[in-house]
Design a protein around this ligand. Structure first.
Ligand SMILES: *[C@@H]1O[C@H](CO)[C@@H](O)[C@H](O)[C@H]1NC(C)=O
Length: 228
């Protein structure tokens, strides 16, 4: 019995040493805990919308009409298939809020993977998403002067490509863009075809890319913030 106890003790000690060796000597660059909304709102940003990929509900209807949204604000960015969140009465209040800036951001695996800051001055709840209002972006070629064939919330609604930022159309294989909300199974290009909708498909490079090259990622969340 005493011998068995000895081996157990040695086994436990070895496990502890191995666990210590495997632990990195510095904190995880991704952070161990889910990003909190409170953290994301630092500096005065206020999250007014968050859409969840793959929950089966239209992002366009959620943003423009509040359809199937909750008004309960999420607390962190841990992956879930929760309802889209929209601030209560946002549509009616937008123009009276004196919004100076609007931030549009994507999150994947608990990281902010792309963003655009827009000038929100005098905007409506849809026309802020316009190339002329771009102030800053994580994509270096996403500027007011760049060429786009589509840059709007309604996007290419026939193909349910909303919040669509696209440089040019050239028959699926030549289409080039930065970002799309694929809001349902409508279009027939690679950017539209997913097992679940909606999907937030973004160029994973520092620039627009050919959609069919598949250098695109799917974000878990799309969030919109305002700053007064
Ligand atoms: C973007 O804003 C400009 C200036 O207000 C406007 O002329 C243009 O129609 C807008 N673009 C879209 C796609 O709505």
């Amino acid at each position: 019995m005493a011998i068995t106890g000895f081996y157990i003790a040695v086994g436990v000690a070895i496990c502890l040493v191995v666990a210590q060796l495997l632990e990195k000597p510095y904190p995880s660059p991704h952070g161990n805990d889910p990003m909190t909304v409170q953290y994301l709102e630092r500096g005065g940003w206020k999250m007014v919308f968050r859409a969840s990929a793959g929950n089966g509900k239209s992002v366009y209807d959620a943003w423009t009409k509040g359809t199937d949204t909750t008004t309960t604000k999420p607390v962190d960015m841990a992956r879930s298939y929760s309802s889209h969140f929209r601030e209560a009465n946002l549509y009616y209040r937008w123009s009276s809020l004196n919004i100076k800036y609007v931030k549009f951001a994507l999150y994947k695996d608990n990281l902010e993977t792309a963003y655009i800051v827009f000038n929100g001055d005098g905007s409506t709840n849809t026309n802020w998403f316009n190339k002329t209002r771009v102030l800053e972006s994580s994509w270096s070629d996403l500027t007011p002067d760049a060429t786009y064939n589509i840059f709007s919330v309604i996007g290419d609604n026939r193909n349910l490509r909303n919040f669509f930022i696209n440089r040019k159309y050239a028959g699926c294989s030549g289409d080039i863009g930065h970002f799309v909300v694929s809001d349902g199974p409508k279009g027939s290009c690679a950017m539209d075809v997913h097992v679940r909708h909606p999907q937030f498909v973004y160029s994973d490079m520092n620039s627009a890319d050919v959609w069919e090259r598949k250098q695109f990622q799917r974000a878990d969340y799309l969030a919109i913030y305002v700053k007064i």
